[in-house]
Design a binder for this molecule. Structure first.
Ligand code: ADP
Length: 489
């Protein structure tokens, strides 16, 4: 099985969120299952500045864009011990920029940047020769690939028999652009209809991918169900429901070599289930030093790591902090970047409760590992969550997740009740309604369990033993690819 993975970010090259973690690990997981995998991503400044062994691949071509064209220079990265081939598509005008998608607002030419990237990826597939079985596309940035394969490249022998799989990592980001950007795609206007590429007068790249792909998947079975109705489908629920027979839900795995508490170079001391208390204490000491405290306090640490946006339930966290910080029962820590309002509000609660609430605004991979290792509880009170990775990292690092029952959180966390604690299946605390009272109640249950040492020990051991490696999910993707290959394109 020859698979081309096409995505806009991947660890260790460039990352803004969970998509990069998934695309960084999935190719190796598939290669381990006998797949011949190639990954293609844009050559951002971030990717080129990491000191990775990236060099010219000796391939250059023009990519038609609107009435003109733009040059694609192909780079290649070969890392020791990695089986998947990695190609990067360079065009300095489009990708040599400080961030991946823009800052407070998106880059105004994001349509052109990812129309170029999608078409260049298909061109590259054709130029690499041989024939592809699967073009696996991730999110709106690659939504045009299935349309290109079918409408413009269907007769090219390299992709003529390839099937396309469109994986949705978040319905809230669809790549919506003004209708004149349709001209940049090179696809005929006849496809700009509500049945294909148009969405309320705009060009919708994710919709395009869902319409033209041979199969569609998303990152958990619960989210796959939720997006087939409002509000989960974000306007595309009808289309997704019409594709229900070819819509799969596959939970993300985690990279257990990068996220391994026993051998994580970003921690002061490795730990496993047997010495979790010592490991967590060492991490708390290092975290306290990093935050400018003389020493950690004795209270349990409840942490949040993620994007500071409405989706992640920041308002609920702010409410819970305001209510509970004064009780002296718990220490809070937030690490994230996002909306200006959210950042400002968090800075304010940190100032209101010095020594009890720590807030770091910034994107710091090393600190994310340290916080998960130091934390006793990880908060994930999301409004919606396609899969979520932080609760999986938390489990591996012995931090108990407190989550809202939505999307992948339903599929990856089992609520702790006397029964599930007894039978060993409990892995966290789950609440239903998207309101502060729900989060506070669930956090209160977690803190009560923390005070009952035998129960907490059991819960922590149990979560640390969960297997969220890519083994199982990689096999599910393989099955999906096999099934899709057996369909007529
Ligand atoms: P999403 O993809 O919606 O942002 P996920 O939970 O799937 O959420 O993945 C988020 C990833 O990004 C995790 O690896 C998390 O550790 C990382 N992350 C998010 N914010 C930060 C930050 N401020 N600093 C470091 N890592 C972060």
């Amino acid at each position: 099985m020859r698979v081309l993975e096409i995505a806009s970010e991947a660890v260790p090259f460039a990352k803004t969120g969970g998509l990069a973690d998934v695309v960084g690990a999935l190719p190796e997981a598939l290669a381990g299952l006998g797949c011949d995998v190639t990954l293609v991503i844009p050559a951002y400044a971030e990717a080129l500045g990491k000191g990775l062994p990236i060099e010219p691949a000796g391939i250059e071509f023009d990519v038609p864009i609107g009435t003109g064209s733009r040059r694609a220079r192909i780079l290649r990265c070969r890392r020791e011990g990695q089986r998947a081939d990695v190609y990067l598509i360079a065009n300095d005008d489009l990708f040599d920029r400080p961030t991946l998608y823009g800052g407070a607002s998106d880059y105004p030419d994001n349509a052109e940047r990812f129309i170029f990237f999608s078409r260049a990826a298909v061109e590259l597939a054709c130029r690499l020769g041989g024939s592809w079985d699967i073009l696996h596309c991730h999110d709106w940035q690659t939504g045009l690939v299935p349309a290109y394969r079918r409408l413009l490249y269907g007769s090219n022998p390299a992709v003529a028999n390839a099937r396309t799989v469109m994986t949705i990592h978040n319905m809230a980001y669809q790549g919506l652009f003004w209708h004149w950007d349709m001209l940049l795609t090179g696809i005929d206007w006849s496809h700009f209809t509500w049945r294909e590429m148009e969405f309320y007068g705009q060009l919708n790249l994710l919709k395009t991918g869902v319409v033209f792909a041979d199969a569609v998947s998303t990152v958990s079975p619960t989210y796959a169900r939720e997006i087939q109705s409002a509000p989960g489908g974000c306007g595309l629920e009808g289309l997704l429901a019409s594709r229900r027979d070819s819509l799969a839900g596959i939970v993300n795995g985690i990279d257990t070599s990068l996220w391994n508490p026993a051998a994580d170079p970003l921690l002061p001391r490795g730990f496993g289930e047997a010495d979790v208390e010592e490991g967590k204490y060492a991490a708390r000491v290092a975290l306290a030093a990093r935050l400018g405290h003389a020493a950690p306090d004795a209270r349990p640490l409840a942490a949040f790591v993620g994007r500071l946006v409405e989706q992640k339930g920041i308002t609920l966290i702010l409410d819970a902090i305001t209510k509970l910080a004064g009780t002296g029962r718990v220490h809070f820590m937030v690490l994230g970047t996002g909306g200006r309002d959210e950042e400002h509000a968090l800075r304010q609660v940190a100032a209101a409760f010095p020594g009890t609430v720590d807030v770091v605004i910034g994107f710091e991979e090393g600190l994310a590992h340290l916080v998960q290792a130091a934390a006793d509880i990880t908060l994930v009170p999301s409004l919606f969550e396609p899969c979520g990775l932080t609760q999986l990292y938390a489990q591996r690092y012995g931090s108990i997740p407190v989550v809202r029952a939505t999307g992948g959180l339903v599929d990856t966390v089992v609520d702790a009740t006397p029964e599930t604690i007894r039978d060993g299946s409990a892995t966290g605390f789950v609440f239903n309604g998207f309101d502060a009272a729900g989060l506070e109640h669930a956090l209160g249950r977690a803190l009560a369990a923390y005070d009952d040492k035998p129960v907490w020990k059991r819960l922590v051991g149990n979560t640390m033993r969960q297997d969220w490696s890519w083994q199982a999910s990689g096999r599910e993707y393989m099955r999906l690819f096999e099934q899709t290959r057996a369909t007529t394109p």
